[in-house]
Design a protein around this ligand. Structure first.
Ligand code: G4P
Length: 529
């Protein structure tokens, strides 16, 4: 039996990430959430907007120039009785593998939608990913201080396009210049919006009960009438919150507000901490691991270099799935079959690295990595299982990479293999040539790789175009057939950074033909680490 203190620690935890389309307000909401978590004194400092905090390394410099955040960081903070872990996901336009893998490390997601725009492309894609694990979703309709689309229509759009039922928890009263606040359906409260309070937390005015005459007095007869009409419609036509449907990812509670005006974010946090799941069981190749198990286990979902220029090491981000981490404890690095003592794991308090003496299921810890840890690695206490579901995606863009100085071939290869272990990019070495082909899922990855090769491995590399349309990892159950396949199509085969056999197709037609011709060979679009 696990002891009660341990279970209490687990039950306090809520680990989530934000999914949204660029510009919907993820960064702004993060700031406000941190304000409530007491991690920021004043909002406006996360992106380092003018604060100069961001000049960390060359490639971070690049992020700054482009106003994007390539890195994933983890922020832990208390909110009411809960302890919240917010995993930041890269915000740029590119499809990013890091984002996808981060979503494997959370128990719920906050979907932020720009209420003037509705459901956008990137949100659609990310929702597809959360569907793979039926992750519960909380929704925040942002930017109510602007003229937004009809709220009913927005809910319809979410329901139809994202195939999830909506249960409005708050309902907006006006928008834009006329934005007066929200009605909280479950609390039966009208909560009034005041402008000019975006940077700090201040008291709000709350009117108890929708039939309270103060409602007319405060928001005016016209808006009060519209509100009552809309509520009648909403209460008749939309779903009520249902914990089971939320847990299974079939229904999302919806909140309205403005992150910039710091209104509604606390309603959303109240809902999220009340309803979002505590650290959930995780699948391994052998069995399901429950978070309340006493033996420690976790998996690595991200590796990141140079978070701090003074520490030129790499940090492996591990999601703890069961047991308690204590400083100095021994863990089994399952893939290499070795026990390692971990004395200096780090946590990520709003961008600061600080030593963690203990951590619990749902928490993320950072391990110093000197090249032995890869994305997808499992750590345990003795058992040799492996957590599943941490994917690599077949790249969609390819370039041949070449050195300006040919003498540095070894460094280049080392750099590329290490960057591919981190998941920053994928590298392929064709079996029949000395080329190095870099594959990426988003175009930005190419720039990051060249910048990092230069700053971390001191090699100057350039790209050339290459006629590769797509790649598939190949496997076969029948060794003889696989062998024959390898001989016949050797010019199309390559090894990736982890020495896995890959089919490199110049065109989609070529790939389809190969798949037809070799039915015993399996062509995989994703590879599990
Ligand atoms: P992202 O991380 O999802 O990309 O979005 P971010 O928070 O950076 O917000 C994108 C833009 O939208 C920012 O404006 C931000 O100030 C604005 N924004 C966020 N929430 C709200 C809101 O509730 N109401 C309004 N009106 N605007 C909001 P920007 O001009 O691009 O940047 P900045 O000059 O404010 O830094």
């Amino acid at each position: 039996m696990a002891n009660q203190d341990f279970l209490n620690e687990i039950n306090k935890r809520r680990t989530f990430a934000i999914i949204s389309h660029p510009d919907a307000g993820k960064t702004t909401i993060t700031e406000k959430v941190l304000l409530y978590g007491n991690l920021l004194q004043k909002a406006g400092t996360v992106k380092g907007r003018g604060s100069g905090q961001h000049a960390k390394s060359d490639w971070m410099e690049m992020e700054k120039e482009r106003g994007i955040s390539v890195t994933t960081s983890v922020m832990q903070f208390p909110y009411r009785d809960a302890l919240v872990n917010l995993l930041d996901t890269p915000g740029h336009e590119d499809f990013s593998e890091d984002t996808y893998r981060t979503l494997t490390a959370v128990d719920s997601c906050l979907m932020v939608i720009d209420a003037a725009k509705g459901v956008e492309d990137r949100t659609r894609k990310l929702m597809e990913v959360t569907r793979l694990r039926d992750t519960p979703i909380v929704t925040f309709m942002n930017k109510l201080d602007r003229d937004i689309r009809d709220p009913m229509e927005l809910l319809d759009e979410v329901e139809n396009e994202l195939n999830i039922m909506c249960a409005p928890i708050t309902w907006p009263i006006g928008c834009g210049k006329e934005f007066k606040g929200v009605y909280h359906l479950t609390r039966d409260e009208v909560i009034l919006y005041q402008t000019g309070q975006g940077h700090t937390i201040q008291g709000v005015e709350v009117i108890k009960g929708i039939d309270n005459p103060l409602v007319e007095e405060k928001i005016g007869d016209g808006l009060a009438e519209i509100l009552r009409e809309e509520l009648e419609l909403v209460q008749g036509a939309s779903n009520e919150f249902d914990q089971e449907l939320f847990d299974s990812g079939d229904l999302t509670p919806v909140f309205f507000g403005t992150a910039l005006g710091n209104f509604g974010v606390d309603h959303m946090l109240d809902g999220l901490t009340a309803w979002a799941p505590t650290p959930q069981p995780r699948k391994t190749n052998e069995r399901i691991v429950e978070s309340g198990e006493e033996k420690f286990s976790g998996f690595v979902f991200k590796i990141q270099a140079n978070m701090d220029p003074k520490h030129r090491d790499r940090i492996a981000f591990m999601r703890i799935c069961s047991g308690k981490y204590t400083k100095g404890m021994k863990m089994r690095h399952v893939r290499i079959g070795k026990d390692v003592a971990i004395s200096d794991a780090v946590t990520f308090l709003a961008g600061d690295r600080s030593h963690a003496d203990e951590a619990y299921p749902g928490d993320i810890i950072g391990l110093h990595n000197h090249g032995t840890i890869q994305i997808g690695d499992t750590f345990s206490q003795g058992e040799a299982f492996k957590f599943t579901g941490i994917p690599n995606f077949a790249p969609e863009m390819f370039r041949r990479i070449r050195l300006k100085d040919p003498l540095k071939q070894k460094q280049l290869l080392k750099g590329l293999v290490q960057l591919s272990e981190e998941g920053a990019v994928q590298v392929f070495r064709p079996l029949d040539s000395n080329d190095l082909i870099v594959g990426a899922v988003g175009v930005l990855q190419f720039d990051v790789v060249v910048a990092r090769l230069k700053s971390e491995y001191k090699v100057d590399a350039i790209y050339e175009s290459v006629s590769v349309a797509t790649a598939r990892w190949v496997t076969g159950d029948d060794a003889k057939k696989l062998d024959e396949f390898q001989r016949k199509v050797s010019t199309n085969l390559a090894l990736d950074g982890g020495d896995n056999l890959t089919y490199i197709a110049p065109t989609m037609v070529n790939l389809n033909l190969a798949m037809e011709r070799y039915p015993d060979i399996m062509f995989h679009k994703t590879r599990e680490h």
